[in-house]
Write a protein that binds this ligand. Structure first.
Ligand code: SF4
Length: 222
């Protein structure tokens, strides 16, 4: 956002002060600061991560947009770029890292794998998109997306941030507490929120099994 965009056009600044004073709203200046310093978390999952690394390097250089500080700690990161194939083994760690990021936080699904499973969709070990677990703000198509596409996604995220309002932001509300239950990896992925449902289902299966056993044994007796 330029200085011109920050100024409220309906408030006239005297000509002698125009290069030194900007009159604006709290929302605009706050969003300008946040959108101009989005720090991504430093982690990658598969081939898409190489494109993300290239985007950070000198040719594309996303430092130009205030995103140069890739953080190795989720506590200091604003955006999680999910760059690569999300496996069932990795999802618990990704969700845990997301929970450890401070609000406001954003998620960018980079590439076909992170957005929907990609070429490995329906694979026994692959999750069909990170949006099954995390709220995704921006999806970037491609396999892999080019560095230009990632830059475009980040710019779209900046535009989204610029439209946010302090008065309606969820994360400043007292009652806001969004912790996503970390899925458990057993024979398959389990969502802790659905435990009672799993128990009910396993009971039904056990009962069915008993019925089959009884009827089979009675056939044997006859
Ligand atoms: S979308 Fe393509 S390039 Fe990206 S991680 Fe999946 S297979 Fe690799």
């Amino acid at each position: 956002m330029t200085r011109k965009n920050i100024n409220k056009p309906d408030i006239k600044v005297p000509p002698e002060l125009q290069h030194q004073v900007a009159v604006t709203t709290l929302d605009k200046i706050y969003n300008w600061g946040r959108a101009s310093s989005i720090w991504p978390m430093m982690f990658g999952l598969a081939c898409c991560a190489i494109e993300m690394i290239i985007t950070a390097a000198s040719r594309y250089d996303f430092a130009r947009f205030g995103m140069e500080v890739m953080r190795p700690s989720p506590r200091q990161a604003d955006v999680m770029i999910v760059s690569g194939t999300v496996t069932k083994k990795m999802v618990p760690q990704i969700v845990r890292l997301y929970n450890q990021m401070g609000e406001p936080k954003y998620v960018l699904a980079m590439g076909a794998c992170a957005s929907g499973g990609g070429p490995f969709k329906e694979g026994y070990n692959v999750v069909s998109g990170i949006d099954k677990f995390l709220p995704v703000d921006i999806y970037i198509p491609g396999c892999p997306p080019t560095p230009q596409a990632l830059l475009h996604g980040l710019i779209v995220l900046q535009k989204k941030i610029e439209k946010e309002k302090l008065s309606t932001s969820e994360w400043y509300k007292k009652e806001f507490h969004e912790e996503i239950p970390v899925p458990l990896l057993g024979p398959d992925l389990m969502d802790p929120r659905k435990f009672s449902l799993y128990m009910e289902k396993s009971k039904t299966v056990e009962e069915d099994q008993t019925t089959i056993d009884i009827s089979e044994s009675s056939i044997g007796e006859v």
